[in-house]
Write a protein that binds this ligand. Sequence first.
Ligand code: 5GP
Length: 207
Amino acid sequence: MSRHGLLVIISGFSGAGKGTIVKNLMGTGKYRLSISATTRAPREGEKDGREYFFINRQEFEQGIMENRFLEWAEFSGNFYGTPREYVMEQIKEGHDVILEIEPQGALQVKRKFPEAGLIFLTAPSMTILRDRLTGRGTETAEQIARRLSQARREIEKMHEYDYIVVNDDVNTCTDTVEKIIEVMHERACQKQELIDSFREEAELLEL
Ligand code: 5GP
């Protein structure tokens, strides 16, 4: 029986360690990663086509008009969107695709694809989150303040997720997320073929 590819959405507060967890998950070789398009400027060390497709606002708006995004959202003054074609192709081929996106986009995907699995990653507390964001030194004080107030708003979306995983140890957290993805495959909504085969068999056996 063929195993269908899953849409796995990973969101979480900025500074919750999503990047590291996703990197670890990709290291297992079990998943495909959707690379988003964004209008934000590349951070040091980021490469076009690897972390993001870095495009300008005009190109982004063109993409929206041409329906090239599965979802898109504005976050902290920039646009972010998931290119539709790659994701749909991979799922069709049976691959699980990870989308690392923020909650507005995650909920758009959930509405379009109710079988998508939504995982929210968080630091153990807001204080730890603030300290991690300050400590990583990739954002200015103003950007940090913006991301923390964004986190404040994201708290109100957490209950819409299927799973919330606290990241206090990166390896444990990665293992937990892997297990969750495994379990997502066993959900009844992924089992239509199995259900149909039981029905056919029952008919054949004249039960
Ligand atoms: P960052 O600027 O730190 O790379 O990302 C900021 C936020 O945008 C993160 O919460 C990240 O998950 C989210 N994000 C990245 N790509 C996408 C996307 O394609 N769509 C949406 N909705 N959010 C995204």
